[in-house]
Design a protein around this ligand. Sequence first.
Ligand code: PAF
Length: 285
Amino acid sequence: MLNRTRIESVADMVEFRKNGVRQPARVALVPTMGALHEGHLALVKAAYGIAQHVVVSIFVNPMQFGPQEDYSRYPRVVDHDIALLSSFPHTVVFTPSAEDMYPEGPSWTVISVPGMTGTLCGLKRPGHFDGVCTVVAKLFNIVRPDFALFGQKDGQQLAVVRRMAEDLNFPVEIVGVPTVREPSGLALSSRNRYLEPHERVQAASLYRALSAGRERFGKGERSRQQITQAVFDVLRAAGIEAEYVALVDSRTLEPLEQVGRQPAMLALAAQIGAARLIDNVILTP
Ligand code: PAF
């Protein structure tokens, strides 16, 4: 392994993979945009459960932000992120610049999974998942991991990346890791830092709403209409107007009228103050 834990250029990362990892050691990649929190640390911990080397990439990917989105104000706190990773001292932190990742400006090649991205968050964020897939594919080619870990909180992202990796035969196993929550139930997210204290209280209702839907499912309800109604009831009481509340197949993201034999994802998105928040629960029959 190189005698350092931070790699700042694509060329050095490629070199590290060529000469820094002795076979048969396994490499896991945790792709992030930084502003790390306990949710990311859970990904790193899970990565060490399956691999000897863990690479955490920190890259705020311009390609996945729309023109009106928060690219310029997205928190960039690399020193804090590296300090937070101190409990995993052997972790390699990969922090390429945008110029290094996209040396000729926006990528000419774009990876799309159109069958799964015209729904849920993709409706409000056209092009977002193309940006995610393209940068994740680039990271796969640069880091060449055996495993890549993604949080279940971004359920659509997890499903889309899994599809991309399968369709394009990336030799990477995609591993989903359960959502980490605050005691209030609020899913940890780098964007929670945009919330004012009273909005944080309101945001905790998102998980309460999903839990109400899951409870109805637990009592035997299978219809989308009834399950999402339970979600909407809690959201309405909390004064939250959701961008969407949806019941979809957790693997294909196809909309469901009924939960069948496959796990379903009950997902929502809502704007709370300056933060657009998403969350989901999996309903397993
Ligand atoms: O989930 C994220 O933080 C980003 O979408 C990812 C996967 C790091 C790609 O930029």
